[in-house]
Design a protein around this ligand. Structure first.
Ligand code: RIB
Length: 279
């Protein structure tokens, strides 16, 4: 394919196809690929490291033209032994901590800062964060942004206000039990799926959003507008992310000698009704 200069098939590995963030990301890649007569093979690893490695092997066996890796656990060893050895062009999106390869990221640090600034401006002093139990690199940056923004708003960091959970709706639901045992009045969740679960958990406990807790999610998935109340969230430019990743991978396939690129896309706060002034 490289000889004819046409790209026929690309592979995309995501950690969880059930998460609307990743399904939207995949949709934008599929759309662009189709326009160029290329198809994308999508593989979801369900956060399973072993499966992720198998997926990579399978893609390589099918002489794929290039691979987009949005999964956290494909490390330097796989990159060296499988991708580089077989001369497969690849690109990493934000989850991956490896510096070696083209990467496209979104500004996770600033995203969490925007969320905390918003809550602090509403008068909240006890702002919790619901974090992932096993955070990938970009989620760790979100956490650092949360801490930094507490500091710049003159608020003390309190470990008791950090709740670790699974990155899922159930994880968010379980976190509600822990949240009500703290003195928090506001909370930033590591992503929107966790916020959706949290809504449900709080509801079961007789608590309401935003009267008892102001909630800010992360990702700005399309479901956010349909929740009750509609969820305030940090918007990642998911379509732009998909488009940039696709474009950069094609450039890399067509020109393997290009210098390594690293692109950082900005995020923004989208205010809806899940946050309110502390009364
Ligand atoms: O919801 C999925 C999350 O995983 C997103 O925030 C994305 O950045 C990835 O880390």
């Amino acid at each position: 394919n490289l000889i004819t200069n046409s790209v026929k098939t690309i592979g995309v590995i995501v950690p969880d196809i059930g998460n609307p963030f990743f399904s939207t990301f995949i949709k934008s890649i599929e759309f662009l690929a189709m326009e160029q007569n290329c198809i994308s093979l999508i593989l979801s690893s369900n956060d399973n490291q072993e499966l992720e490695r198998k997926h990579l092997e399978q893609l390589i066996n099918r002489s794929i033209d290039g691979i987009i890796i949005a999964s956290p656990s494909i490390g330097q060893t796989e990159i060296d032994n499988q991708l580089k050895k077989n001369r497969i062009p690849y690109l990493l999106i934000d989850q991956n901590p490896i510096a070696d390869g083209d990467r496209v990221m979104t500004d996770d640090f600033n995203g969490a800062e925007l969320a905390v600034n918003h809550l602090a401006q509403l008068g909240h002093r006890k702002i919790a964060m619901i974090m992932a139990k096993k955070p990938s690199d970009n989620l760790k940056r979100r956490f650092l942004g949360y801490k930094q923004a507490l500091n710049s708003n003159g608020l003390e960091f309190d470990e008791k206000l950090v709740i670790s959970t699974e990155m899922s709706k159930i994880g968010g639901m379980n976190a509600a039990n822990k949240l009500i045992k703290t003195d928090a009045t506001a909370v930033l969740t590591v992503n929107d799926e966790v916020a959706i679960g949290l809504y449900h958990g709080l509801n079961l406990l007789g608590k309401s959003v935003p009267d008892d807790y102001s909630v800010v999610g992360y990702d700005n998935i399309d479901l956010d507008e349909y929740l009750a109340p509609p969820l305030t969230s940090i918007s990642q430019p998911i379509h732009e992310l998909g488009a940039t990743v696709f474009k950069k991978l094609i450039e890399r396939i067509k020109n393997p000698d290009l210098p390594q690129t690293e692109i950082m896309l900005p995020v923004k706060l989208v205010k809806r009704n899940s946050t309110k002034k502390l009364s």
